[in-house]
Write a protein that binds this ligand. Sequence first.
Ligand SMILES: [Mn+2]
Length: 480
Amino acid sequence: MKEKRILLFFSCLCVGISLVIASSQHTCPANLEAKCGDGSTDDWEGEFFPGIKKIKYEGPTSKNPLSYKWYNAEEEILGKKMKDWMRFSVAFWHTFRGTGADPFGAPTKSWPWEDGTNSVAMAKRRMRAHFEFMDKLGVNRWCFHDRDIAPDGKTLAETNANLDEIIALAKELQEGTDIKPLWGTAQLFLHPRYMHGAATSSEVGVYAYAAAQVKKAMEVTNYLGGENYVFWGGREGYQTLLNTDMQRELDHLAKFLQAAVDYKKKIGFNGTLLIEPKPQEPTKHQYDWDAATAFAFFQKYGLQEEFKLNIECNHATLSGHSCHHELETARINGLLGNIDANTGDPQIGWDTDQFLTDIAEATLVMLSVVRNGGLAPGGFNFDAKLRRESTDVEDMFIAHVSGMDTLARGLRNVAKLIEDGSLAELVRKRYQSFDSEIGAQIEAGKADFETLEKKAMEWGEPSVASGKQELAEMIFQSVL
Ligand SMILES: [Mn+2]
């Protein structure tokens, strides 16, 4: 059934792409006065978003959809500027490569700067649009997969040359700004060669190809001043254990990650390496199931000092956890490095990657971030796409403004929770019996079973206080 769905997805995608190509003629942004390249060169001088001015903070009473109501970058909250708590970044793949295709339908977006090709010239124009978008949004970080920003060539060498050309342009566009990548990564899941996985493929040639791709992606991320490097094991997992040597695949994955650590040190890349857990999709079982599974994997292979986690809210819910659970699991183990700020749909069963707009969830997310003392050198990236039915250029801005405002509002709510203090007091009181002499002995690992049995005999039936769950919820609701 699943295979049929995937087949359907690809056939839809192909039909969609050929439709777009067949019907496409060269288009320019709406600003027709601007110089418009013919698609074969990158001599682009036009404005891609001519009707949109820089997005500004206008406060919660503003009705302007192209303004921030809660995110005020320079405002200080809990001892840090909002921009330093949030460290927002634009995800190139969703924002500029998202087509609106889903498992049942063709692409719906036809952005005015797209000419229907996957050429290097088109990649350059798209990169220019991306930089104008960041500038107007007021976001100074971005993240990318190697293959989203530059097209595949006929050979690996040609592909690397394509990537170099786009990276040179990105470097040029970054110059004189404070823009840099929050992180880079290698796309190791789209191409058919990766159908059995990359680092966990049964084919040694694929393992080597993936290593070469990660090597190059780490080099260009470092060259652009990227602060982190992410591994999402797109197809690192299995479909059936009947044909899978799970132990051998996990050993291969660990060797691959260790080689990445070694290469990072060799080239002097100081960025944090991040693993992004996900339970399933596209494989039936992904090896980085959730934060706890990834932590166990790190410990088994001695990688816990070299990696942190990039927690994605939609992946958290797919694994049967809340986003807050995954963030706290990562945080208490010293692994919270970055957040893919998105959300799933409570009724749709797959990874829908929607912008996070639930204020309660955003407040819980920000509670973990504040407890973590921030995310730096990590941050937030919007691993979120416009809905299939949102097809106006303006929607790209509105979606980001809405996602950023929701998290900013979450941060403001956390400040209120901390200032109010009653939730922390409720938790403190709940555990106060451990503030006793015997409690301290237990926590210091000095209370053996004989000592505890003596206490249990002496005390008789223990008294058990109310958990106050409804009160905790009432306090939490009061700040939303
Ligand atoms: Mn996702």
